[in-house]
Ligand binder design. Structure first.
Ligand SMILES: Cc1cc2nc3c(=O)[nH]c(=O)nc-3n(C[C@H](O)[C@H](O)[C@H](O)COP(=O)(O)OP(=O)(O)OC[C@H]3O[C@@H](n4cnc5c(N)ncnc54)[C@H](O)[C@@H]3O)c2cc1C
Length: 558
């Protein structure tokens, strides 16, 4: 040894990479098979291997390190409003779109939503900013189908599995992505406060400008305070209309390029400087006489865009489940390789308690997310549609709410090295709050759940039927679900207690799924820690007797 060597590097852990993210996750594999996605198992296996490769995982670091830049003008002073991305962003988008994360369920096939959900969860372990435009593109399809002419022109490009980032009129592109704009400065949750206005063009004027496409065209003036993915080929937005006696918010399709090939008047004011999600461009825009095409009926913009919202909220659940899974795997891998006080961290009882608690949370989120996706596959069945109606807001609240605490705990497992930017935990931690904020923040989701129970009494029966599938053999589960269902017999109007209700609904469904499908050492620990006693604020509070070694062996197959 060189006498000037300061130290020998030992007891450090190789990065968690070059691993098949799907094969490493029995809970996800089992959920896919039982919820109807078996046909996709092989392709998910291949995707898991691809996404776990070191150079692919590194795309996430690069895309977030080199955030997008806005160029308002070209070199000759022409307004262009173009966003420049690092090549890593384009690689991520290519991966997502080639794998159908933006559209595959709309092409049909059994279990298509479930298969996509599993894929989306795997992508959630890779990078989260690029999931935003992909989710919006996926979610816009049901709304766009309400406008057959626009759908005929655009859906072939939206459903295409070719990522085409070029800034061109849609006719010249191989694929298109779509964004959405509701939030304004004075109100995001309360979209009724939108001040953006839309005035219909006279039919003759619209035909003169846009020929065959000159139907239901409006001139839009106003702004959006959050307008993610401004590079999208079109956005769906809300604006106030007051025509033909149908005052209120209407939904519009705003293409980036107009049918005559000119640019639409969408001025990108600036890009947001965000806590996380830094790979993704989120902008502020002004519409200075943009042209928009009406989607759905005038004055019915909220129900139209809410259809989109139910799909984006599903993705918030899946994205958070994926990001939590990523945090868990990095933490567990580290704890297996790192020793303190003479023993690997993963074998120290208190650390086992923390890790097993995280693993239970992650498995429950996975089971819930994939089960919820099956509700979307089976939406023609009224019971499944009702279940989706309540589990979407409840899950969006509770699972996304668990994310930041989960990320912080996983970071702490890695200690100081978890807190620095060398590894992925700092990025994941910054990422986790956003799913709780956008697409309807936590409180708004809980109030939506109250509304759903209030407006559709059959929702309680749909929940009861789902919970009954787990039987009554577990006494704590039986007690918990009976109390929940008894409370739901009363009219639900308690805004003050709505968070507790949402949490109870999700915990009950998660416990039922685990009791039916997971090994007993998982389900009994989940019920004992979440249903049989008041949950506390921190992870690592599992009661004595839990088989942590078995839970951890299942949580990550390396
Ligand atoms: C990174 C990022 C990207 C985004 N991209 C887009 C986008 O592309 N398009 C888009 O339209 N929006 C986008 N948003 C905006 C997002 O959807 C809104 O921020 C969100 O809906 C909340 O609206 P707000 O910010 O106006 O908050 P507010 O509506 O002011 O709400 C503030 C808080 O009050 C709570 N609250 C509201 N009403 C009630 C009530 N009745 N009772 C109790 N609590 C209540 C909310 O839950 C929230 O916690 C994005 C946001 C972020 C962070």
């Amino acid at each position: 040894m060189n006498p000037f060597d300061t130290h020998e590097v030992r007891n450090t852990v190789a990065p968690f990479e070059n691993i098949n993210l799907y094969a490493a996750d029995p809970a996800l594999q089992e959920a896919l098979l039982r919820e109807g996605g078996a046909e996709a198992a092989e392709s998910l296996h291949a995707l898991g291997a691809q996404l776990g490769r070191a150079e692919v995982l590194d795309l996430a670091r690069l895309a977030n390190l080199h955030s997008p830049r806005l160029h308002n003008f070209d070199r000759s002073g022409q307004r262009v409003d173009e966003v420049e991305f690092h090549p890593a962003w384009h690689s991520l988008m290519t991966l997502l779109i080639e794998n159908g994360a933006h559209a595959s369920p709309w092409l049909g096939g059994p279990g298509a939503q479930v298969a996509r959900a599993a894929r989306y969860m795997l992508f959630g372990q890779l990078e989260n900013g690029s999931q935003c435009p992909v989710t919006m593109t996926y979610a816009c399809v049901p709304a766009l189908r309400q406008a057959p002419k626009i759908a005929a022109k655009w859906l072939p490009k939206i459903l295409s599995t070719q990522y085409d980032p070029r800034s061109l009129p849609v006719e010249q592109k191989r694929g298109a992505i779509i964004g959405m704009g509701m939030t304004e400065k004075q109100g995001g949750s309360d979209v009724r406060s939108n001040t953006t206005r839309a005035e219909p063009l006279l039919p003759a004027e619209a035909r003169a400008m846009f020929g065959d496409e000159g139907e239901d065209v409006y001139r839009i003036v106003g702004h959006k305070w959050f307008f993610s993915a401004p590079q999208s080929d079109a956005h769906l937005i809300l604006a106030q209309t007051d025509d033909a006696g149908s005052a209120g918010l209407s939904c519009f399709f705003l293409p980036r390029y107009l049918p005559d090939g000119g640019r639409n008047q969408i001025r990108v004011q600036r890009l947001k400087d965000k806590l996380g999600n830094r790979s993704n461009a989120s902008s502020e825009v002004e519409f200075t006489g943009a042209y928009g095409w009406l989607i759905g009926k005038p004055g019915r913009g909220i129900p139209t865009i809410l259809e989109m919202g139910s799909h984006t909220r599903l993705d918030c659940v899946l994205g958070s489940a994926g990001a939590m899974r990523a945090a868990l795997t990095h933490a567990l891998h580290h704890a297996r390789g790192r020793s303190a006080f003479g023993r690997p961290l993963s074998e120290q009882p208190l650390m086992q308690n923390v890790l097993a608690d995280l693993a239970l949370e992650s498995e429950a989120a996975t089971a819930f997310g994939i089960r919820l996706a099956r509700c979307f596959d089976e939406g023609d069945d009224p019971a499944q549609a009702l279940l989706a109606r309540i589990l979407t807001p409840a899950g969006k609240y509770w699972i996304c709410k668990r994310g930041p605490a989960f990320g912080a705990e996983a970071m702490e497992v890695i200690g100081g090295s978890g807190y620095v930017e060398d590894g992925p935990l700092a990025r994941l931690y910054r990422e986790l709050p956003v799913n709780s904020i956008w697409e309807g923040s936590g409180n708004v989701m809980c109030l939506d759940l109250l509304r759903a129970f209030g407006k559709t009494p059959a929702a309680r029966a749909a929940l009861a039927a789902e919970l009954a599938l787990a039987g009554e053999s577990d006494a704590d589960y039986a007690r918990y679900t009976q109390a929940l269902l008894a409370d739901l017999e009363q009219p639900q109007s308690d805004e003050f207690g709505a968070r507790v209700l949402a949490e109870r609904v999700v915990l009950a469904v998660q416990a039922g799924l685990l009791l039916r499908h997971a090994p007993a050492y998982v389900s009994s620990a989940f019920v004992a820690s979440r249903l049989a006693r008041e949950p506390g604020g921190a992870f690592g509070r599992l009661p004595a007797g839990v088989d942590c070694a078995a839970i951890l062996a299942r949580a990550l197959v390396e």
